[in-house]
Design a protein around this ligand. Structure first.
Ligand code: NAD
Ligand code: UDP
Length: 318
């Protein structure tokens, strides 16, 4: 049994990770400032004997005797990370410094939730870990992209200079139950719009692509990375390589929900990547054959069922 700190544990991905770590018999400290996360996401874990919740902001130092740290604290949707871009940079950079400082002090192993955004609007397709990316340093997405890039740098430097045991994963678009209904990401937007019979908002012509990973596949890859051999530190891509256009995604959501919503076309946001697809050969090789198991249609069904339930139990949230 390990004592494990999950920063951003009340968020979408963090809540699934806390749940899985508890199920495996570990003690979990879930740290969150509830900027985009919610107690609702972890309500079902509150009574668990080995679960502890801490309201804290990672831009401030935190101390706890732990064996492992999963550093997830950071708003992930463009709407939320652009709301206060300076705070987003602080969360990524100062959060990394504080959590790496903690890892150094208590000799914990620490995993960073990095992102496919470090590749920017990629000129190489699919993206493998040795690609350095094509990132605008002064655009709307920069607070997130550059913050995460700097966090990777800090992880590497703490590893080289201070021998901190690190792991870096680069997460590609992930979806599933407990996404925030208003966080503006495409899967939650389309599902909520379809369920409410509102127009489906396609940005641009809808021909841009993303590859969507169901959250359970991400959690599995994340745990395998934490447990991988000591000299494998990453970065490693964790994503689903099956690529869809936004028009195809909209069609799937309409099919499954049986919604009569119409499509509406809105301007494409600035610096919106046209194509994104992970090369996951490194993860397959290093993480005991890890690969995503849940196809988009099945994952969408689970996610749609979650939002239908939320609309009934907490209509004010949707
Ligand atoms: P999320 O917004 O649901 O979760 C982020 C959590 O971090 C929230 O609970 C939020 O309240 C918390 N948080 C934000 N700022 C904080 C701060 N200063 N101090 C403490 N807590 C803070 O997003 P998510 O989708 O669950 O993403 C989790 C992590 O995975 C993020 O680091 C994100 O960058 C990364 N990631 C996610 C995706 C994806 O598609 N979901 C893709 C790439 C990377
Ligand atoms: N998108 C869209 N309609 C929406 C929300 C997003 O067409 O209501 C598009 C967006 O322009 C982008 C893709 O969907 O091309 C994925 O957007 P998301 O914000 O989910 O993730 P990211 O751009 O960070 O990959």
């Amino acid at each position: 049994m390990k004592r494990i700190l999950v920063t951003g544990g009340a968020g979408f991905v963090g809540s699934h990770l806390c749940e899985r770590l508890l199920a495996e018999g570990h003690e979990v400290i879930c740290l969150d400032n509830y900027f985009t996360g919610s107690k609702l996401n972890i309500e079902h874990l509150m009574d668990h004997h080995y679960f502890e919740l801490v309201r804290h902001d990672v831009t401030h130092p935190y101390f706890a005797e732990v064996d492992e740290i999963y550093n997830l604290a950071c708003p992930a949707s463009p709407v939320h990370y652009q709301y206060n871009p300076i705070k987003t940079v602080k969360t990524s950079v100062m959060g990394a410094i504080n959590m790496l400082g903690l890892a150094k002090r208590v000799k914990a192993k620490i995993l960073q939730a990095s992102t496919s955004e470090v590749y920017g609007d990629p000129k190489v397709h699919p993206q493998s870990e040795d690609y350095w990316g094509h990132v605008n340093p002064i655009g709307l997405r920069s607070c997130y992209d550059e913050g995460k890039r700097c966090a990777e740098t800090l992880f590497m430097d703490y590893h080289i200079q201070n021998k901190v045991a690190i792991k870096i994963i680069r997460i590609f678009n992930t979806y599933g139950p407990r996404m925030h209904p208003h966080d503006g990401r495409v899967v939650s937007n389309f599902i909520v719009q379809a369920l409410k019979g509102e127009a489906i908002t396609i940005y641009g012509e809808g021909t841009q692509t993303r590859s969507f990973q169901y959250v359970d596949d991400l959690v599995e890859g994340t745990l395998r990375m934490m447990d991988s051999r000591d000299d494998f530190i990453g970065p490693v891509n964790i994503g689903n390589p099956v690529e869809f256009t936004m028009l195809e995604l909209a069609q799937e959501v309409l099919d499954i929900t049986g919604s009569k919503s119409k499509l509406t076309f809105l301007p494409l946001p600035k610096d919106d990547p046209m194509q994104r697809q992970p090369d996951i050969s490194l993860a397959k090789r290093e993480l005991q054959g890890w690969e995503p198991k849940i196809p988009l249609r099945e994952g969408l069904k689970h996610t749609i069922a979650y939002f239908e339930g939320l609309m009934k139990s907490h209509p004010e949230m949707v």
